[in-house]
Design a protein around this ligand. Structure first.
Ligand SMILES: [Zn+2]
Length: 263
């Protein structure tokens, strides 16, 4: 039994789902009500930020730029008219730059002053240095699109995060979110092998989990319902092109992408 309540629905019906660490000391619980995977934060959370300033946002061949390219391609496919866009946790700014070239008015938000400087110098895009959950969302003009790529799972309070996005959006505005899909095929297989003792992952001595809340489609829909959004499109994806094509259509990938709309 967990010693805390589900961070999404408040239920106490939590069941140990999987463990991490060489002594299985990091515990992740599944909520039987909303299906969110809640990490027991009492064991500590790794919130260190990695800033790799060698990732040139203008280099089309870098594999590490592929994720932002995919996200922007997805956005363009579903939203035809450029408007105003904010990317939260915008990294090297590649997505913002692509959108800017297509006529979007863009702005970034990032925790790292190094990234903010780098993006300003390289791409002439303004980045506000802020912690998203503490950011005063009503100080900005409401925009058409808010992007949150691989941030949601690191935030303890997902409801607060979505409510903040809601304040940042115009009426009927959209948000594009990406996060791990906890029910992806590879993740299920790994959990099965580890839970049955068939495989033992060796963790680094200083390993501490970085994800607070892990979503599947069901728990994500619960979050949307609770915060006043509707799901427009859900897909899973991979950064490997052929696998990506399959995962976009058969939703078994380890990473999910969702377009949602404020209602
Ligand atoms: Zn729950």
């Amino acid at each position: 039994m967990a010693s805390f309540y589900c961070r999404l629905c408040g239920s106490d019906n939590l069941k140990l789902y999987y463990c991490q660490g060489n002594r299985n000391q990091f515990k992740h619980y599944k909520c039987n009500n909303c299906k969110l995977i809640n990490y027991d934060l009492a064991a500590g959370l790794d919130q260190s930020q990695y800033t790799d300033l060698s990732v040139d946002p203008n280099n089309d061949r870098l594999k590490s730029n592929r994720g932002q390219d995919q996200s922007y391609y997805f956005l363009k496919k579903h939203i035809k008219e450029p408007g105003t866009l904010i990317d939260i946790g915008c990294g090297n700014g590649r997505l913002l730059n692509k959108a800017k070239k297509d006529g979007w008015l863009v702005k970034g938000l990032d925790l790292s002053p190094e990234w903010a400087d780098f993006v300003k110098k390289k791409l002439d895009i303004d980045i506000e240095i802020a912690n998203f959950l503490e950011f005063e969302a009503n100080q900005i003009e409401p925009c058409d699109v808010v992007i949150l790529r691989h941030v949601l799972e690191h935030l303890p309070d997902s409801i607060k995060a979505l409510n903040k996005i809601k304040i940042m959006l115009k009426r009927d505005g959209y948000s594009l979110l990406e996060f791990p899909n906890v029910e992806g095929f590879d993740k299920r297989l790994k959990r099965f092998l580890e839970n049955t003792g068939l495989k033992h992952r060796k963790y680094a001595q200083d390993f501490i989990p970085g994800h607070c809340n892990e979503f599947c489609k069901e728990s994500f829909l619960f979050l949307l319902k609770k915060t006043g959004f509707k799901l427009i499109k859900w897909e899973t994806y991979s950064l490997k092109p052929i696998v990506n094509h399959i995962y976009n259509h058969i939703h078994i990938g380890n990473k999910a992408r969702a377009l949602i709309q404020k209602i």
